[in-house]
Each structure stands twice: as C-alpha cells, then as structure tokens.
Design a binder for this molecule. Structure first.
Ligand SMILES: [Zn+2]
Length: 475
C-alpha cells in the first residue's frame, strides 16, 4: 500500500511543476516608542494607538532551481536600502533566489521613508523598526521554505467600476478599472494564496486619523482570507492621484471596510469565472537596474534621507565620493550646477507566474502612463479635464499608444507600484509643471502636488524605458 501511495505521489510530483507556500508576519510597530505616521504631506502625526495590525504578506514559489518570494508590506514604501536589507536578511541575493517587495502605500503606518517625523524636515524613521521588519520577514520566509507544496494556478483579468470606490484628484481623469487576480490551490483544491492587484491610495481612514491601520488593503485581505488561504494585495498605478472615495461625514474605518470588501468580492467573482488556468505554471524573474537624476530641488534639500542605504552617482554613472549632506549644502547655497545633480540607482522588475506577468515599478506611476485614457473612455462619469482647471494638461502633447498595459504579452498583466523601491510620483514628462529649480517653485495654480514628491521630469522616461525593454525581452 505504501509503495502504491509513494508511486502516486511520485507521479503527482511529475505532473505539478510549481511549489508554493504562503503566510504573513505581524509588523505592527511597538507602541512603547514614538511612532510617526507616514503620508499626506503633513509631519508630526504621532500615532496614538493601533486600530488593526500591519502585516508583511509572504508568498514563496519554487520551480526547479528557481525560487521567488513575493512580499507585500502594509507600509507607505521602502527605499532601495531597506529592500536590500530584507533581501540580505532573507538570503535572497543570488540568481536563483529573487525577492520582489511591494508596499501597499498605506498612509497610516510608521514613517519608513524619512519625511514624516515630529517636524517638517525631520525623519520619523526608527532604525530598530526597520531591523525588526527585515528580521521578521526573513524568519517568515524561512518557515515557508519548509512548507512548499505543489500548486495549480487560476487567474483572471478582472474589472471593477471605480465609481464610489476610487476618485481621481488630478486631471486628466483616468482611472484604472483593472482588477487582475491570481489564486494558487493545493493538490486538494483548497486555496493556498490569492494575489489581488488594484489601483487606489489606501487613505480611507483620512488625514485626521492617528491610529495605525492597514486601511482598505487590510480589510480586502481579511475578506479574501475568509474563503481560505492567504491574501497578498499589490497596489497598482495610483499616481496623479487616485484616492479612496469616501462619503462625506462617514467614519474612515467603516469606509475602508466598505472599499476593501467591495474590491475583494469583485476579485473573487472574477476568479470564480477565470479562464486562465494553468496546472503547471512556469516561474520567471528578471530585473533591470536604472539610474535617475535627482532634479527635484526639495529632494536635494532632503538628500540624506533619500540617499539612505544607496549610492549616489554622477551623470556618467560613477559613484560620487562627496557625502549627501555636502551636496545638499552646496545646493542650498546655490553652488550646485544642474550638471552636478546626483543620480540614484533603482530597479524595474518582472515576475512571470504561468499566464500572469507582474511588472514592478519603483514609485507611484500615473495611470495614464500605463493605460492611456486620453480619449475620456476611462474617466468614469467625470470630465477628462475640469472646466475650472486653471492650468489644464496639454493633452496634445501627451504620449500616444501603445501604452505600457498593451506590452505585457501575457493574458493576465499585473502592475505593482512602490515595488523594490520608493522614488515618489512618476509624473508624465509633458505634464510636469513645477519648476525643479528652487524648492519646486514656481508652480502653476491647480493640482501639482505630485511634482514636489517626484525625483523630477526625467523619471517617467527612464522607468518606462526600462519597463518596455524588460517586457519585450524573451523569458
Ligand atoms: Zn501617494
């Protein structure tokens, strides 16, 4: 009997190509120390307590000698130095072991970027928190490695009407209705992991909130997990600026629940009717290093925070010996010529899981750079450009197709922002209106906040160029 059982198992192992395991680790900060909440351009939001826990959600996959760990963190973002620290701690540095980390961009978690401390210009980052984060993710991944089991995959492209859930604050009104999802099932057919990809800022709890919360992504994952298995949420193209649409006067936490549950249920409906099934999905990973100039004069003032854990380069790609604080000082004294601006290193990455192709971009990319929508077909009841806009985008200068979404070459494209780095907004070059010269001024009237939280007008061209060539490369 035992021989027959092992024969069957052996046959099963030959049929199933992908092994996977999923889990989550609690990354809620220790409240016995001061915790400053990241987001909203305001500093000094010291957390008063915890509404619901923050998690790092982990999905490990292995095919043959190739292992890929997908990690989703309930944080605003992690810079390249912190991502590298997680990779180092987890032993994911070699060619056959790759780690892809994306932040949900929640605005009610601890400052992990260095821009939201007790006062403007003072970092709120607690180094001991970052250390704990890397250690817990590493320990969680080590546990998963011992639990890998054969899985099958189903995936769907999905679509969700954004009205009532997500609003676009900056013209042109372009919202991504895409709701791609994938589900891995174990041999018995039980859900092992579900990945949901949707695009909207997780800030339903509001700028007045002082409690730690995972916002709608936490509610979304809780709803998915009620049906079994673990959930991993990847936030998509949220720049320019897609934000949770909450009802006036409504409680932010119940709005986060309403939005999270609506997105979860739509994703589950999509998966129930999914046509992209793959009993033996192949796994792939590739990435491309990029260098982007720091053109934003505000970022040059705060260069020490931006440079934390990463090298600075000159325009020829040579590592700069001059420390960040001295470059900042020279900039502040007006002694930094445009050609002497530093460049930072980042990355664009692609993960293939059977019919799913996941592209990771290192910041908040504007949806029109991904899906177009300049014809108004993705404005969902809003005018493409508000009549009251004092400085409307010059749509005649907007780039034409093909847009990024059309270049994936796989049935189920996914895009994760804040992936493997956080460089701020990735603004279309034609619509970059603030002058990057002196504290991002002058700025035209209207909505141009995003420029002040961007590396500069060149970032979009460089990130898109790397993404296009990665998507076009053979696997
Ligand atoms: Zn944002």
């Amino acid at each position: 009997m035992a021989v027959i059982a092992s024969l069957l198992l052996g046959l099963g192992a030959a049929v199933w190509g992908l092994d996977a395991a999923a889990g989550k680790v609690d990354i809620t900060p220790d409240m016995s120390r001061p915790v400053y909440l990241a987001g909203f351009g305001a500093a000094g939001r010291r957390a008063l307590g915890v509404h619901d826990p923050l998690y790092a959600r982990l999905l490990m996959m292995r095919e043959g000698s190739r292992t890929v760990a997908l990690v989703g963190v309930d944080l605003l973002g992690l810079g390249r130095g912190e991502v590298e620290a997680v990779r180092e701690a987890s032993g994911f540095k070699g060619a056959g072991r790759r780690l892809f980390l994306a932040a949900t961009h929640v605005h009610s978690g601890p400052d992990t970027v260095g821009l939201w401390g007790p006062l403007p210009g003072v970092s709120g980052v607690d180094p001991s928190y970052l250390k704990m984060l890397a250690e817990r993710i590493a320990a969680g991944l080590a546990r998963l490695e011992a639990r890998l089991e054969p899985v099958s995959l189903e995936a769907c492209l999905g679509r969700l009407e954004p009205r009532g859930l997500c609003a676009d604050l900056r013209d042109p009104a372009v919202l991504d209705p895409g709701l791609p999802a994938l589900r891995l099932r174990d041999r018995s057919g039980r859900p092992l992991a579900t990945v949901v990809n949707w695009s909207c800022h997780p800030e339903a709890s509001g700028r007045g909130n002082r409690l730690i919360t995972a916002d709608y992504p936490g509610e979304l994952c809780a709803e998915v997990e009620r049906g079994g298995g673990e959930c991993l949420f990847l936030n998509g193209a949220i720049g320019g600026l897609l934000t949770a649409q909450t009802g006036p006067g409504r409680d932010g936490f119940s709005e986060a629940r309403r939005i999270g549950r609506a997105v979860a249920r739509a994703a589950l409906r999509g998966l129930a009717g999914s046509t992209a099934k793959d009993p033996r999905p192949a796994l792939g990973f590739r990435s491309r290093g990029i260098k982007v100039p720091v053109e934003n004069s505000l970022y040059l003032v705060f260069l020490r925070q931006l440079a934390n854990g990463r090298a600075l380069y000159d325009a020829q790609g040579r590592v700069l010996a001059e420390p960040a604080w001295r470059i900042s000082l020279r900039h502040s004294l007006g002694r930094l010529e445009p050609g002497q601006r530093p460049w930072v290193e980042s990355e664009v990455s692609v993960v293939d899981i059977g019919p799913v192709r996941l592209l990771g971009v290192p910041g908040e990319i504007f949806p029109e750079l991904v899906i177009g929508g300049y014809d108004g077909r993705l404005s969902f009841g809003r005018p493409l450009v508000k009549a009251s806009n004092p400085a409307p985008p010059q749509l005649s200068r907007a780039p034409g197709p093909p847009y990024l979404a059309g270049l994936f070459g796989k049935p189920v494209p996914m895009l994760a922002g804040q992936a493997n780095d956080e460089l701020g907004y990735i603004v279309p070059e034609y619509d970059f209106k603030a002058s990057p010269r002196l504290l991002m001024r002058p700025r035209p009237e209207g909505d141009h906040y995003e420029e002040t939280n961007s590396l500069g007008p060149s970032a979009a061209r460089i990130v898109l160029g790397a993404a296009r060539s990665l998507l076009a490369a053979p696997r």
